[in-house]
Design a protein around this ligand. Sequence first.
Ligand code: NAP
Ligand code: 8YV
Length: 323
Amino acid sequence: MKPDLLLIGGTTPRVIAALEDAFSVHRGNDVEDWNSFLDENGEKIVAVSTTGHDGLKPEIMERLPNLKIISGFGVGYDAIDANGAAQRGIIVTHTPNVLNKDVANTAIALLLAVTRRIVRDDAYVRAGKWTGFGSAPLTESIEGKTVGIVGLGRIGETIAEKLSAAFDCQIAYHARNERDGSPYTYYADLVEMAKAVKYMIVITPGGAATRKLVNREVMDALGPEGTLVNVARGSVIDETELVSALVEARLGAAGLDVFENEPQVPEALFALDNVVLLPHVGSATVETRQAMGDLTVENLVRYFDEGKVTSPVPECRHLAVTD
Ligand code: NAP
Ligand code: 8YV
């Protein structure tokens, strides 16, 4: 008998095929009435496979009394109550490291797209303005400039390495803890870092601890010449304040991959040519999504075959057997 697994959110055909090989899969996307579905199946479900975006709603988790493991597709797991799961002995896993490079590339692509006004100038050509008015206005270079990274973890560090190596950037960072031996300049105070840099890239986890970490004071400190890039979670920036800072030109420009209420994006941003907007695609390459999918499945299959997992979240590490 295959163990029963609840699949929440969209995933790739490769992941579905691998899950169906090992599990009896219940597809959340096909559920019309959750109440009757859980009445009928809640007790037999022992595993959940979900995305970073969908997570697992507490009201569903509490109706799965025999749940053993929640495998998240994504490194961020702010949509899963990992502490609550750990208290029930449920292991939560995620997909760290395999996405570092592509998410870093997205952050840098956004920084370049904004500072070089790539989207504005593309529209300039398409609208025939090049032939009508000649060259587009000059833009600005990130070469040798200082970039402040909010969250120097796995992805933040990758962004820092790439910006130093390819663009000769100086790196400053803010996190709760200074990193031993880091060559970069640490700021315990985010406002002080925002005052000192021209560009700021946000790449912390989401959740309560970072909610509205980038507030009006931070954006005003970055200022009218500053550019803010967010590839973390929409919740990390005060979005209402971000929109007014951009509309009132108190903040120079922004590149945003993530939003507070995805897929809703504040319409006031649509008219601004100093803003580049992406639909949460930081890790969305074929190669990286495949690696993330493989790790999502590996955690589940290993748990039931060997009693081990590859990548538990920190809150559940004490419950998990790893290599
Ligand atoms: P990580 O290795 O855990 O790094 C997180 C960093 O944030 C650490 O430097 C941590 O340092 C810092 N941090 C945590 N809480 C903080 C707080 N309250 N204030 C200031 N700094 C704080 O995580 P990662 O693998 O780099 O991933 C980071 C996040 O990126 C994910 O959780 C996810 O939300 C987001 N992400 C987005 C995409 C996308 O598609 N846009 C893709 C992947 C990941 P301290 O503990 O010292 O504070
Ligand atoms: C995914 C992400 O797009 O890893 C993360 O934290 O935000 C992205 O890589 C997301 O988890 C898929 O829902």
